[in-house]
Design a protein around this ligand. Structure first.
Ligand code: NAP
Length: 482
């Protein structure tokens, strides 16, 4: 199977923060790959915008260097000149007057205009306001807003209100790159395009769900920033919440942006408050050769968590009594993200206890090696009676696609969705606010109690108490491994 490329309309994409880390590592390399795939119509242009006074030639050289660094060598062919020729640059100050008239002069009529806000969140409102005041945003325009979208409900509401002053909700693309991952979308395909799973997708048949996003890296380099956020704000409120929604939502009436987002919103609103005993927070301690979180965070008194595990319950008919265990953390044993849905035992056991029964588990791996595995029981081959063994039905994505390198990464896919005007994989304003409305009391709770995170060893699976969170329910976390 080869992935199909459907060209998009001609566009002008302005990247505010076009010289920043995200633009260099993800956005520009992603656009280059889409260019190589033939998805970018010839007249499309990319305009970098930042305060630095760069000539067009200097900017192109910066982008060439970014592509050399972040695109696999095999993809760096001579086409790069063609790609670079699409690039322009404007020196602009998001908080001042410099550069806006020039940007307006560059805009063309009757092509899609997309404005990617790849800058610090404090500048989102300034840019939206100036785009509108300078008449740069028109009916063709759309804006892409990076995370974090607020740090609590009040700030998210304020940001939504500022953006709404200048743009309609249908023009605002709040990005969560987890939703652009192939497997995450596959989760929807598996659930809603097959009859197999949906009848079993409920409390009657599902024992519990585990969602794990584990990183091996610490917060080095961004410690001071991260310390104001923590794992709950940085990962759970957005990425893990989105994954939970896709597992738990009802089938939408159609694969349509608002139909999908309406169903996700209902899940978020149905989340129960989480009591303190169902929350475990951790901070990585020092390792053999590396200092611990407190040094990285440059704050010896920090109570910010670099790890969190939660037992989450959804109060609706489908999920009554089914715990969703979420965990995410830094400096853990392996870099691995997965969702595991564990089914219940068959109602009656016809095989002996000794036959080695295991639960059916559907594992959706997000990284590394995106793919799905369904763990099923079969008879152990050979004579000697009926012994059972667990084997994976492997739906590894790389195996199904001839050239997995051609599969767009999350950012590429999402940027192309912006150009197409498809908001399905972007968060709507009310979704983000509902997520904060659930998150805020949890954070306020531990702040009011003065809870300290438990220290865990770097390279481990996280704090001891997180193991207990599941042990006391008679369950176990899956091993964190690549
Ligand atoms: P960064 O490396 O600090 O880059 C910031 C960019 O904004 C630079 O191009 C900078 O260039 C420009 N800029 C700063 N002040 C400006 C102003 N007043 N007017 C116009 N441009 C200005 O930040 P980043 O890591 O790329 O992050 C960008 C956004 O993406 C942030 O919201 C971040 O939370 C989000 N994000 C980043 C990552 C990541 O992996 N980096 C991941 C997820 C989300 P000048 O200084 O020359 O103006």
């Amino acid at each position: 199977m080869v992935s199909r490329v459907i060209p998009v309309d001609v566009f002008d994409l302005v990247i505010f923060g076009g010289t920043g880390d995200l633009a260099r590592r993800k956005i520009l390399p992603g656009l280059y790959r889409r260019f190589l795939a033939g998805q970018m119509p010839a007249e499309s242009r990319i305009i970098g915008a930042a305060r630095g006074e760069l000539s067009e030639a200097e900017y192109r050289e910066q982008v060439r260097a970014a592509i050399a660094e972040f695109v696999p060598k095999a993809r760096q062919d001579t086409a790069i000149e063609g790609f670079l020729s699409r690039l322009q640059y404007v020196a602009i100050d998001a908080t001042g007057t410099n550069g806006w008239a020039q940007l307006k002069g560059l805009m063309r009529e009757n092509v899609v205009r997309a404005f990617y806000f790849s800058v610090a969140p404090g500048l989102f409102g300034d840019i939206a306001q100036r785009l509108s005041e300078h008449g740069i945003a028109d009916a063709w325009s759309r804006i892409v807003v990076e995370k974090p979208f607020g740090r609590d409900l009040a700030s998210a509401r304020a940001l939504n209100a500022v953006l709404a002053r200048h743009f309609n909700e249908t023009q605002i693309y709040r990005i969560d790159h987890y939703l652009g991952k192939e497997t995450v979308q596959n989760l929807m395909a598996v659930r809603f395009a097959n009859i197999l799973f949906e009848p079993l997708w409920k409390a009657e048949y599902i024992d519990h769900v585990q969602i794990t996003v584990a990183e091996t890296v610490g917060v080095n380099g961004r410690g001071a920033y991260y310390d104001k956020s923590g794992a709950m704000r940085d990962m759970v409120q957005n990425h893990l919440m989105q994954l939970l929604c896709l597992i738990a939502m009802e089938p939408p009436y159609h694969f349509d942006p608002d139909a999908v987002r309406d169903e996700k919103l209902k899940v978020i609103r149905a989340l129960k408050p989480v009591p303190p005993e169902d929350i475990v927070r951790g901070q990585y301690g020092p390792g053999k050769d590396e200092p611990g979180y407190l040094v990285h965070a440059e704050n010896p008194a920090s109570r910010t968590e670099s790890y969190i595990a939660l037992k989450v319950q959804i109060s609706n008919w489908r999920w009554q009594g089914v715990p969703f265990y979420l965990r995410t953390g830094k400096r853990l044993r392996a870099r691995a993200s997965e969702i595991a849905i564990t089914f219940k035992q068959p109602p009656h056991a016809i095989f002996d206890d000794a036959s080695g029964w295991h639960e059916n588990v559907l594992v959706i791996r997000l990284q590394p090696n995106e793919g799905m595995n369904l763990m099923v029981m079969i008879k152990e081959p050979g004579p000697g009676g009926m012994r059972l063994m667990q084997v994976p039905l492997d739906m590894s994505f790389a195996d199904a696609i001839e050239d997995a390198e051609d599969v767009p990464d999350a950012y590429e896919r999402l940027i192309m969705d912006v150009i197409r005007g498809n908001q399905t994989l972007f968060m709507r304003g009310d979704e983000v606010e509902a997520a904060w409305a659930w998150t805020d009391p949890i954070i306020e709770g531990w702040e009011a109690r003065g809870d300290r995170p438990q220290v865990y060893d770097p390279g481990s699976s996280g704090p001891e108490d997180a193991l207990m969170l599941m042990h006391r329910d008679g369950r176990r976390w899956r091993e964190i491994r690549e």
